[in-house]
Design a protein. Structure first.
Length: 496
């Protein structure tokens, strides 16, 4: 049976279609499957989210949903059709509520949910009676509109039991206080990635990583997918890439099973609420690829709620150069006003081959290989970013009466004119140059030995440089533009 989707209500960012009813469905363990199909067309200017209510009767063992939509040809430069999908159960669609049961964006054309299992991206559990809502997200709509078709199938029978989720432990054996390498922005088959969690864990170990963070788009379904994949050598953190229409943010190392809502824009003034929710769940708020050019990727929420910012995302590009410059500008403000500063980090955002897990990776000084220690190190900026595990850095400043400060720390000397020595040790960067960047710009550059291993020193004063950070760059391939990064440190602040 097919029916048309009628618009029965609107809101600032959401709209509700007519309800799909299975009131005439026979119930019971031997009842036949029942299917309904809804067709409609979403116009240009549609709200960000469109809800299709489905009345689910008692006795349903499984709900299965499939959908299609027309990808209407459009002229070059015109947005075509793209439609995302997810679902909320009988507990409702309230922002931040308990009704969330899964999201696959545009990565899948179908999904199912039942007590013992669900499609990756979706949350297994009983299909309880009540009004469920299929969430459609018209990401882009062609000028002619977006024709769609949604098919819902209910399967009846015994509900079954839901396995208790097994989550990763919060601590791995580690090496005590040490520098630990991690990649905190990764995608698997639980969102729009192609790798399984097992394949990601294998790739992480091959890349020399000590920790990773599960960060699927708008779902926490992968949090329980790492059983048997962690170990003494690999800490698995759980999080989410909160994918709004005004930018993406990594909820890093939240409590397993935490859902962070994404259904708002900057103008709705809701981001601060969810940033606080991330921190209440033990996580960090990390704006991702803030200058990415994909639709909806450019970060518009500001950095007032950020615990760190991703300035390097995957293979180094001009987008990263812009993010790096914006972050450096924020350091200038922090140094001159003594306000708190936001640390930089880098992640691969790897989805599939040939994306490299661990390109780049954030190297964190932590007391142990644990969730608490790693997040503390990232938040404090006791970290640097490297293109691979082959690159290692040691960076710091010393001056005055034998005082020393390392990455992310403050060196306080007796006066603004007190000489300070900045020292960088590098390995694994052949053919690269070292750059010392300050609030006055890049003030010192040195060519590293061909081996890629060397020591660079520079003398300055707090009055001349309020902070110093190091960049290691490959040779430029485009005249007038800097070479790609091989490594980058967070700053050392100098105070007289």
């Amino acid at each position: 049976m097919a029916r048309r989707g009628l618009l029965v209500g609107t809101a600032a960012t959401a709209l509700t279609l007519g309800t799909v009813s299975f009131a005439d469905a026979a119930t019971g363990d031997d009842a036949p499957d029942r299917t309904r199909t809804v067709r409609g067309t979403l116009p240009t200017g549609s709200p960000d989210y469109v809800y299709l209510p489905v009345e689910v009767p008692r006795g349903v063992r499984e709900i299965a949903v499939s959908y299609t939509y027309e990808k209407t040809p459009v002229p070059a430069g015109t947005q075509g059709n793209a439609l995302d999908i997810g679902i909320f159960d009988e507990r409702g669609t309230e922002l931040g509520g308990r009704g969330f049961r899964g999201w696959s964006g545009g990565a899948r054309s179908s999904f199912f949910i039942r007590a013992d299992e669900a499609t990756p991206g979706y949350i297994a559990g009983p299909v309880r009676a009540g009004t469920w809502n299929i969430a459609l997200g018209p990401y882009t709509v062609a000028p002619e509109g977006l024709p769609y078709e949604v098919t819902i199938t209910l399967r009846f029978g015994p509900t079954g039991s839901t396995p208790k989720p097994v989550y990763p432990p919060e601590r791995a054996k580690g090496r005590g206080r040490a520098w630990y390498r991690g990649d905190c922005h990764l995608h698997s088959v639980h969102s729009d990635g192609k790798r399984t969690p097992a394949e990601i864990a294998t790739a992480a170990r091959a890349a020399g990583l000590d920790f990773i963070n599960s960060s699927e788009h708008n779902t926490y379904s992968a949090h329980s997918a790492w059983d048997g994949l962690w170990g003494d050598d690999l800490l698995v953190l759980t999080g989410e890439e909160v994918t709004t229409r005004n930018g993406h943010v990594i909820a890093l190392a939240t409590d397993p099973g935490t859902f962070v809502d994404w259904r708002y824009r900057a103008r709705d003034n809701r981001f601060g609420h969810y940033a606080k929710a991330v921190r209440r769940a033990g996580g960090l708020v990390v704006p991702a690829h803030p200058h990415a050019t994909c639709i909806g990727c450019h970060w518009k929420f500001g950095f007032g709620e950020a615990d760190a910012v991703e300035v390097w995302n995957g293979a180094y590009t001009p987008e990263d150069e812009i993010a790096l410059a914006e972050w450096d500008n924020s350091l200038v403000v922090a140094a001159r006003t003594s306000k708190p500063w936001v640390a930089a980090m880098g992640n691969s955002d790897a989805h599939r081959e040939p994306d490299k897990v661990g390109l780049p990776q954030t190297v964190v000084l932590a007391d142990e290989l644990s969730r608490e220690a790693i997040t503390a190190g990232i938040r404090a900026g006791h970290s640097y970013i490297a293109e691979s595990s082959a690159v290692t850095l040691s960076f710091g400043a010393s001056g005055g009466r034998g005082l020393h400060a390392g990455i992310g720390e403050r060196l306080r000397v007796d006066g603004d004119d007190t000489p300070v020595t900045v020292r960088l040790e590098v390995t694994g960067a052949p053919g690269c140059t070292a750059h010392f960047v300050t609030d006055q710009g890049t003030l010192f550059t040195a060519t590293l030995p061909e081996s890629g291993t060397g020591v660079v020193e520079w003398r300055t004063t707090p009055v001349y440089a309020a902070y110093v950070r190091a960049e290691v760059r490959h040779p430029s391939t485009v005249p007038g533009l800097p070479g790609a990064l091989a490594a980058l440190t967070n700053p050392v602040f100098l105070e007289g």
